[in-house]
Write a protein that binds this ligand. Structure first.
Ligand code: NAD
Length: 268
């Protein structure tokens, strides 16, 4: 029996990368899932793979009504909502303040924060009543950049630090019925895009050839994990049986990056 047997989840950014891996894992753990993504093609692909257990919603997490549609779909298709996973996100590819024209910075900030922060806020708002009725929980995707500078640029780093603020504030506001937590993954080779205003709409981490080498150099665990490697933390936090006392936390799974400090000299 899975850890999420009988549960119903909404996962945002479910069409690719980590979100796609989360859908697969939640289904394997016994959940039924609303896969919410702005890409119709990706939503169809997820539905096709999980015909009886996944229903897709094509929409934009920055639009209030689209978040309400995703939650309403969970209720109409599966009768309840137990877990809201806020996960859709944009990166900024380390755009440096001094190198970015001020207009691009302003628009890039609006674009990225609208997805990474407002998208989570609106999703939790839309889901809160249904989660209150089921005694469910929220799990948000934070990042290595939620605690560390130098992974992204100022815009991405600020947005992922803001996710920690959302977790802490909403954990208080939604207690005692709804738990709110986050998972902070390290690097993954995914299709993640950047803001169009920063000229990054077509850029992807998947196309960076040196990611494996970067992981080997900067991560004490020295490997670049697949998105699936992070999904167990979401399952545990979502599971009433396994995380009943846990709210307001961020689970760091960064390959040891945060505790690295000074690189050790090579072994003799
Ligand atoms: N890739 C990494 O190395 C990494 C590291 C740490 C954290 N993260 C976080 O993981 C999360 C998932 O990113 P990923 O790497 O799997 O990226 P991805 O691009 O592979 O997947 C993100 C999905 O979100 C969808 N999406 C984007 N904007 C949307 C919107 N406005 N409305 C609806 N859907 C939208 C995209 O269509 C895509 O299918 C993000 O929050 C990201 O910040 C990624």
């Amino acid at each position: 029996m899975g850890w999420l047997e009988g549960d119903v989840a909404v996962v945002t950014g479910a069409g690719s990368g980590l979100g796609r891996a989360l859908v697969d894992r939640f289904v394997a753990e016994g959940a039924r899932v609303v896969a919410f993504d702005r890409s119709a093609e990706r939503v169809s692909a997820v539905e096709a793979q999980h015909r009886d257990t996944v229903v897709g919603v094509v929409g934009d997490v920055t639009v209030p009504a689209d978040n309400e549609v995703a939650v309403a779909q969970a209720i109409s298709s599966f009768g309840r909502l137990d877990v809201f996973v806020g996960n859709a996100g944009l990166f900024d590819y380390g755009a440096r303040l001094v190198d970015t024209p001020i207009e691009a910075l302003a628009h890039g900030f609006d674009e990225l924060f609208a997805v990474n922060v407002k998208g989570y806020l609106l999703g939790v708002k839309a889901a809160a009543e249904a989660l209150g009725e089921s005694g469910g929980s929220v799990v948000l995707t934070a990042s290595l950049a939620s605690r560390n500078a130098g992974v992204g640029g100022a815009v991405y780093t600020a947005s992922k630090h803001a996710v920690v603020g959302l977790v802490e504030q909403l954990a208080l506001e939604l207690a005692p019925t709804v738990r709110v937590n986050a998972v902070a993954p390290g690097f993954m080779r995914t299709d993640i895009r950047g803001p169009g205003a920063l000229g990054q709409a077509d850029r992807t981490l998947a196309s960076m050839p040196d990611l494996d080498e970067l992981a080997r150099v900067v991560l004490p665990l020295a490997v670049l994990p697949e998105p699936a490697a992070y999904t167990g933390h979401y399952v545990q936090l979502a599971s009433r049986a396994n995380a009943a006392a846990t709210t307001g936390t961020v689970v760091d799974c960064d390959g040891g990056f945060s505790v690295r400090g000074m690189p050790l000299p090579p072994a003799p």
